[in-house]
Design a protein around this ligand. Sequence first.
Ligand SMILES: *[C@@H]1O[C@H](CO)[C@@H](O)[C@H](O)[C@H]1NC(C)=O
Ligand SMILES: *[C@@H]1O[C@H](CO)[C@@H](O)[C@H](O)[C@H]1NC(C)=O
Ligand SMILES: *[C@@H]1O[C@H](CO)[C@@H](O)[C@H](O)[C@H]1NC(C)=O
Ligand SMILES: *[C@@H]1O[C@H](CO)[C@@H](O)[C@H](O)[C@H]1NC(C)=O
Ligand SMILES: *[C@@H]1O[C@H](CO)[C@@H](O)[C@H](O)[C@H]1NC(C)=O
Length: 168
Amino acid sequence: MLFKSLSLAVASLVASSLAAPSEFYLKTTGSNITAHNDLYVEAYHTGAGLSDPVLTTVTANAGHFYLNETYLQMDIGQEFSYGFDLGGATNYAAWEFVEINAGQGVPGFELENNSTIVWNNTEFGGWLACDWWHGAPQLFWIVAYEEGAIPYPSSCSEVDLIPAAISS
Ligand SMILES: *[C@@H]1O[C@H](CO)[C@@H](O)[C@H](O)[C@H]1NC(C)=O
Ligand SMILES: *[C@@H]1O[C@H](CO)[C@@H](O)[C@H](O)[C@H]1NC(C)=O
Ligand SMILES: *[C@@H]1O[C@H](CO)[C@@H](O)[C@H](O)[C@H]1NC(C)=O
Ligand SMILES: *[C@@H]1O[C@H](CO)[C@@H](O)[C@H](O)[C@H]1NC(C)=O
Ligand SMILES: *[C@@H]1O[C@H](CO)[C@@H](O)[C@H](O)[C@H]1NC(C)=O
């Protein structure tokens, strides 16, 4: 059932390249912290045009995302959209911020192996979910060069992000 709905979501993603973008939720899977699985990315407002991706069980609050070429954008029902913005790996940290901000964000996102959303960049080592300062798990990205160099806090776990069909 999960596989089937995922295949459908993927098929409609692929079919959408010229039509209106097809939208999906971004859902977590693959974590070894059970509570970090089956959560949906929600944009938590942090300032004008700025938000942090937190993870929620509630689809009502979850963002509606789409791939526009390689930009991972969020439909907010306005003429402009928000986009995934990855903070630069500039400080030798082992993981870095993800933000969802007004605009298109950064390019390079794709559906790898028809299954998971990744940033196709040599710096990218995957996604990290940590229980953090908004009172909910928050999404970060792992800096590939530093992966494994610094142990994660126990509230953090690696997660995959998969597109999940939006049922109206
Ligand atoms: C991905 O899915 C599309 C549409 O279902 C299919 O045509 C394509 O062969 C798949 N690619 C891979 C690498 O599985
Ligand atoms: C897709 O991206 C292009 C520019 O890269 C932009 O002009 C267009 O508005 C975007 N489309 C959507 C639906 O966000
Ligand atoms: C995609 O498939 C390749 C080959 O099976 C594998 O090495 C790689 O880890 C997969 N990527 C993801 C993101 O699962
Ligand atoms: C990732 O990006 C590189 C360079 O931009 C490109 O050559 C490669 O085809 C991309 N990988 C996939 C799986 O699309
Ligand atoms: C859970 O995964 C993390 C990496 O994401 C790893 O460091 C840790 O050892 C794993 N814990 C268990 C219990 O498998």
